[in-house]
Design a protein around this ligand. Sequence first.
Ligand code: ATP
Ligand code: MG
Ligand code: MG
Length: 549
Amino acid sequence: APASSTNYIKSIIAEDLKSGREQEVVTRFPPEPNGYLHIGHAKSICLNFETADEFGGRTHLRFDDTNPLKEDTEYVESIKEDVKWLGFDWEKLFFASDFFDEMYERAVLLIKKGKAYVDDLSAEQIRETRGTLTQPGQNSPHRDRSASENLDLFTRMKAGEFKDGEKVLRAKIDMASPNMNMRDPVLYRIAHAHHHNTGDKWCIYPMYDFAHPLEDAIEGVTHSICTLEFADHRPLYDWTIQECEMENVPHQYEFGRLNITNTVMSKRKLKLLVDEKVVDGWDDPRMPTISGLRRKGYTPEAIREFCREIGVVKSNNSVVDEKLLEHFVREDLKLKAPRTMAVLNPLKVVITNYPEGQVETLEAENNSENEAMGVRHIPFSREIYIEQDDFMEEPPKGYHRLFPGNEVRLKHAYFIKCEDVVKDEAGNVVELRCTYDPETKSGTGFTGRKVKGTIHWVEATRAVPAEFRLYEPLILDEEAEEGDTFPGNINPNSLEVLQGFVEDNMKDAKPQDKFQFFRHGYFNVDSKDSQPGKPVFNRSVSLKSSFDV
Ligand code: ATP
Ligand code: MG
Ligand code: MG
């Protein structure tokens, strides 16, 4: 699919450059380091970096670290890694906390101008006196403190004289504003907490609505792109820039958040899944995190194509079908991944007329749609493994795989015919006895007769034992993000683990190597749990989907 060539943000930028309102384009991706990045962030990353790039501009990575209680350097490191892995390189790296001194100075300026005051009301009292959409709020009894009194109190807040929650700094705007965000919003709060970057230097921290526009202005950002829930904050954004007398005047634009079916996307919920051990960490392949998708075998190319395809719609928070993302994974891996054979539920087959002790080497193409990938050599002998469900003792009509008396083609090898079935005491089939026909060797042009089924297999004596992990959606509810059922709607069958075999040429497979296993789909070598001689394969995506793009 072609990249969506334009969107409303690009139109605005083009207009800004044409009219001379802006001379250059500077965007930023501003994550809060309170969790790992997810596929929703990828949309924002692609949008910011690709838009700036298109106009010859640049993009900053900025950690929006104004809340010391939730932030951690582990998250900082993972975010950097994920942005790079997605294929983007920031022009400059900032921490909002680098600007705490300047933000403080700007707050002092507001106080001196009579545009901010120290309030003694508690958070609850402030909420209660805010009014409603139909009722104006009430002025705080402390609203008319003099500038010098406010300055004194704010200095003492900074010096640590007060406890958390005892005082806040509020903007003095309009308690009757139809926009609730303009009713004297809190600019600074007290938090006696250690900060991952500034340590114990500060015990007052700026609120998002105050910090964000200042950060943008200090960095020289021109177009500050954020998600729709901040549309109502835009007047406060502009107020802050103006009243703080910032030299650079950035502008905020909003776009719809990305939501995906059968998953949750808020960091709070994702953290809960990690903390409650529902998953095995932030990078569990079932997680919609960038690190989880990477471990599952998704590629940066696939994620970027997906983000381009969904584009930027201003007006809605779209819920996109996860199958669309899977589609781009298949598209990307189709010509790149070698196509090999893996048996996930092994059933031993002995080929009774094949000479004992003999091993021959067969040639197999690596990718039937990409000749450039060449061929590999695979062993064949008297003993092989096939999939348990490629055999049925009493097959229904239309079953073309192995059953007593039936002949099938072994991919890249020979026709085999099922002659006999070996069972254990409980009556389970534990082995098949088959014969092969040397005339039918693959690649020799045999046309003597036809068979209807082709199955895959792995030669038994050289087979490499492997673990396979198959995934289902973590969340059952279609509208997981809306409903209140989380975490009650977790799919108990989201992970299935199987022990089987792969071809011997995969014994040296490295973490993150990708394969298409014939008839099973695309798999990725797990980067954490694979061991030499015992690879673990995570299924990235099955082969087919009903989804049309
Ligand atoms: P969460 O609710 O998951 O914590 P957030 O918006 O608080 O999300 P931030 O770290 O502040 O997370 O986000 C960094 C940037 O990524 C912001 O510009 C934000 O708007 C954007 N972003 C976050 N989630 C999504 C999403 N689902 N779709 C698109 N953009 C998103
Ligand atoms: Mg945020
Ligand atoms: Mg958040």
